[in-house]
Design a protein around this ligand. Sequence first.
Ligand code: HEC
Ligand code: HEC
Length: 447
Amino acid sequence: MRSLSLAGQRRLVYLAVLGFATVGTYWGFFSDGLPILRGPTARASEVAQGRELFEHEWAPNDPLAHGDGLGPVFNAKSCASCHFQGGLGGGGANEHNAVSFEVFPRPGDLTFVTGNLHNFSTDPASKETEKKLRELYPVVKGRTIQTGTQNCRMTTTIPDFDPVRTESIQTTALFGAGWIDLISDRAILRNERNRGLRTAAKEMSLDFDNIPVGRVRRVASGIGKFGWKAQFATLEEFVAAACANELGLGTPSTEQAKPLVGATSGTTPDLDKKQFRSLMAFIKTLPKPIAVGGDATAAHGKELFTTIGCAVCHVPDIGGVKGVFSDFLLYTLDDPPPPGGSAEYGAPPPPELKLPDRPDSEPKPNEWKTPALWGVADSAPYLHDGSAATLRDAIKKHRGDAKSVSEKYKILAPDDQAAVLAFLGTLKAPPDAPLLSNPGVTKLGRK
Ligand code: HEC
Ligand code: HEC
């Protein structure tokens, strides 16, 4: 066999490189879809009608509703009363937080229950309180049992077990939600899978091995992208759930929230198909935030954001959507709780009760989705419970899975730390966000 000349060998190598590059480019660009250049659209008249419904202050038996209107249980009287920071559709402050709860399997009832404690009810008898929740799901009293044989008796003490966990949940901004809706499941899975083999050569030279890969949340209709727990895969499902839970408005797809105790009445959906479609049209066309006012310091901060590892979870571009800064995976940012449980998340069920675990598909009480950071400069306070007043506090609270990254942040020079914050400061609410027609509405949600 004739061996190739040097020039021939070179040509072969060249062709091979070109081939790989073409396949690589194809794979990189097309496998999770082309960049999405145009967001969702809707008819202007529908958007305008949806906006009215978003701002409308609902009342019991409201003339706009086809059912019983506001309630029986609700958290506020309008969507706008919680979603207002940086414009209509933005995030909200802590005084609007609602309480979500979960109930672990317990003796005699192995179902895993999740729900919300609503701030208000139309009928005082249906008012939901933590006390009522705990009456429904009481502490499983501990006891002492005797084991062993007659000669060798052993006493085992089973501790009390409280099956209820509650968590205060903060309002997220809806800007760009229609774009997030367009990110494919495939793009999220692909990013998760490729965490180890980043394509950008720059990232490849950095060591992020100590950041565990987050968990994808699978729900019935796909991969969860919406909510602090990634509990909904589509915007439509979340909007229907928000109508039902926040305002007690039933929609054609979702029944209004039922009170924890007490009878419910009136099952006609409050919003008809057309109203729901227009509310969706308004929300899905809310503009997406863009980075504004970036100077050299902010640009340097953006670079640091990548080099210290923030961008491993807060992925800048995903599924063709630019500047979203999330991988939509679940992480635990708490230090691991001590074996006996923690004050915050309670103790695990005593093994002697032989209770099944909470379903594995459910996020753990302290697992949260990486939130999108677009618009973050206009959505204080931060984290799922609003426990971080400033962006700096939010970064400091990154322990657990993000511990190595926040350690890297902490040892940056003060100027560099300030640069990262300056970069986050450019991630503003969209300048073209609609303004509230009635700014006073934000006060109505107060407890
Ligand atoms: C009492 C305050 C409150 C009211 C009123 C309210 N929301 Fe929300 N909204 C929240 C909170 C809190 C969250 C975060 C919930 C979570 O992640 O579990 C949220 C999240 C959302 C999300 C998910 C955003 C995302 O990207 O994950 C959508 C969509 C939404 N709300 C739409 C609405 C609509 C539509 C209305 C009116 C029908 C409404 N909300 C009324 C507090 C409120
Ligand atoms: C291991 C994944 C991971 C890494 C690495 C990470 N984050 Fe986060 N980030 C999260 C999660 C998850 C949350 C939400 C936690 C919660 O709500 O309790 C979050 C929340 C935030 C928030 C609050 C957003 C809001 O809307 O409340 C900011 C700001 C933030 N991260 C910035 C950063 C910066 C800056 C870095 C780098 C120093 C970083 N993150 C590194 C996963 C990560």
